[in-house]
Design a protein around this ligand. Structure first.
Ligand SMILES: Nc1ncnc2c1ncn2[C@@H]1O[C@H](COP(=O)(O)OP(=O)(O)O)[C@@H](O)[C@H]1O
Ligand SMILES: [Mg+2]
Length: 559
């Protein structure tokens, strides 16, 4: 019941109060109203109507409840009447009650998930400018409860700028990472310092090469080497990573790439023999691509796909911070290395800022980054629960494990919200089947207006099929009116008989793709778990006092 009251917004409370006051006034003044000013009639009615006044008041109170419970369903009645054409119905916000709480992700103005339902993930689908940032990602940052950690994509650093003062007041530890502005960072991020075993090293190599390939494909419109070359290169890169992790001076990705580029097969073999993990992978590489000629082709594939790491800024961002101890010995200062475990250890909000125009270029690094953060959080269950607020998810690159992670993150108290411009983006990156898997695992879908094409079709399919009533009139000169119903009789008498009226149930999408596109820009459509599709108002932060008051209080001093 308390949830019910929490879900009521200010407007509804005002309208409800006015309605009740109106009902009381109508009942009290009923004799006056019904006597049309005639004092005698009024006196008679006053005596006789006490009981009727009470009945009317009770009726006026119950009526809105009945009407609201029925909801805006266009098909409830018709599906019952005509049976099986389709039974989809528009739901009411009240129907989502058992998904709601006050510690999870806010989907719309009146729907906030409970934390446990948020761990079953959310897809936010809407074209650019439809309000994904201002009506989902920003409000959810401002709704954080001080107990959940959060990882936030923040291309322009705007979300950080808007919210960090307030989040600090909730005792959050705030971290902002800007890979392309390494001087501004508090931490360095070196993937090779985070990996723990050869499987994880292989994952990093695979992510770098597939996303490097994808980035080149997007940038040039053509494939940079094909899957075969990439598969051949992976064991070599794994060998180099494993070697530098153990024996390297800097233990960086660049150091590993340099070893491959600067050494012949024989020289590499001599080095890698020192490190069993590296040597095993080198032998795998040699068995499939062991000649100097293939090596030179693979070097060229590698340089194309890993070129991001040769960028000065990225080299700086991914380096190992070296410090010198009292005895003059060098060591890696782990205090300055970003470790995703911090998200579990204390309530932390991590903002990751990569400008949108650089997102394709940055895919090899960002896919490794998010994948490692997700992995570390998945493997360490204890501590703070975490929300991943990943707006413009397609820009991060391809994270093949995301389907598995979304399927199993629930027990780890990890809630993932993915912002997408459309389902097309996801299909392009992951292929049709994986994209469908990922979308199925995001149990709540929040849809904004303006979607077209495959995305609009996807939402329409998701909303389901309903039955609507179709009335048809036909002229039959040989037959009199068949008297099917009142309307039919009237038409028959006007036309001189012979018109028959028939009603039938017709199958229709609850929402056609076109209706999805033309949704009211102020509305969101929520299709969550096993519930009916529900429309609600957008949770836009800059139009609501509960958010603007916070932002006003925590605005920068010089503004
Ligand atoms: N602080 C603000 N005040 C007024 N309008 C805004 C503000 N922030 C964004 N908007 C407008 O709200 C709309 C939605 O923007 P946004 O949330 O960034 O969309 P999306 O993230 O889906 O691309 C845009 O038309 C934008 O111009
Ligand atoms: Mg946005």
């Amino acid at each position: 019941m308390s949830d019910f009251f929490k879900n009521l917004d200010r407007k509804k409370i005002i309208v409800g109060t006015i309605y009740i006051i109106g009902a009381i006034l109508v009942c009290i003044f009923l004799p006056q109203i019904m006597s049309f000013g005639n004092p005698e009639v009024k006196q008679t009615l006053k005596g006789a109507m006490k009981f009727f006044q009470i009945i009317l008041f009770v009726f006026l109170l119950i009526m809105p409840v009945i009407v609201l419970q029925k909801g805006g369903g266009i098909s409830n009645k018709n599906t019952k009447k005509y049976g099986d054409q389709g039974t989809a119905t528009r739901g009411t916000i009240g129907e989502l009650r058992d998904l709601c709480g006050n510690d999870g992700l806010s989907l719309s103005r009146n729907v906030r998930l409970s934390a446990s339902k948020s761990y079953e993930h959310v897809a936010i689908i809407g074209p650019t400018g439809s309000g994904k940032s201002s009506a989902f990602f920003i409000p959810n940052l401002l709704d954080l409860d001080g107990k959940h950690s959060a990882v936030v994509t923040d291309p322009k650093g705007e979300l950080h700028e808007l919210t960090y003062r307030y989040l600090k007041s909730l005792n959050y530890n705030i971290i902002k990472l800007e890979p392309l502005n390494p001087k501004a960072n508090e931490f360095y991020y070196n993937p090779l310092l985070i990996v723990e075993d050869i499987t994880q090293i292989r994952e990093v190599a695979q992510l770098i090469l597939t996303n490097g390939n994808k980035a080149v494909e997007i940038a040039t419109g053509s494939s940079s080497g094909g899957a075969e070359w990439i598969n051949m290169s992976i064991p070599l890169l794994v060998a180099a990573f494993a070697y530098v992790k153990e024996f390297g001076n800097k233990k960086t990705i660049n150091e590993a790439i340099d070893i491959i580029l600067q050494n012949s097969l024989e020289e590499m073999e001599r080095k890698f023999k020192k490190c069993p993990g590296a040597y095993r992978n080198f032998l795998i590489f040699k068995s499939s691509a062991g000649s100097e000629k293939t090596l030179s082709s693979i070097k060229s594939v590698l340089t194309t796909n890993v070129q991001l790491f040769l960028d000065d800024k990225i080299e700086e961002f991914t380096k190992s911070p070296i410090a010198v101890d009292d005895d003059g010995a060098k060591y890696i200062d782990m205090e300055k290395v970003f470790n995703p475990l911090i998200l579990r250890q204390k309530p932390t909000v991590l903002f990751v800022c990569v400008p949108e125009i650089k997102s394709t270029y940055m895919m090899p690094l960002m896919s490794v980054f998010y994948s490692q953060v997700l992995d570390v959080c998945m493997n360490n269950k204890e501590g703070c629960p975490i929300f991943f607020l990943l707006d413009e998810f397609a820009n991060i690159g391809v994270i093949p494990s995301i389907a598995n992670i979304t399927a199993t993150a629930r027990s780890r108290r990890i809630g993932i919200a993915l912002g997408l411009q459309g389902v097309e983006q996801l299909r392009r990156n992951y292929g049709e089947e994986n994209a469908a898997d990922i979308l199925n695992n995001l149990k709540a879908k929040v849809i904004f207006s303006g979607l077209t094409g495959d995305s609009a079709q996807y939402v329409s399919d998701l909303a389901g099929v309903t039955t609507v009533e179709s009335i048809s009139y036909s002229n039959n000169p040989n037959q009199g009116a068949n008297g099917q119903d009142f309307l039919g009789n009237i038409i028959s008498s006007v036309t001189g008989g012979g018109t028959s009226v028939s009603k039938s149930g017709v199958r229709r999408e609850l929402l056609t793709p076109d209706e999805v596109r033309r949704m009211d820009p102020d509305d969101v459509l929520i299709i969550a778990h096993n519930k009916n599709p529900v429309f609600d108002k957008k949770n836009t932060y800059f139009t609501q006092r509960k958010y603007t008051l916070i932002l006003e209080k925590f605005k920068p001093l010089n503004k």
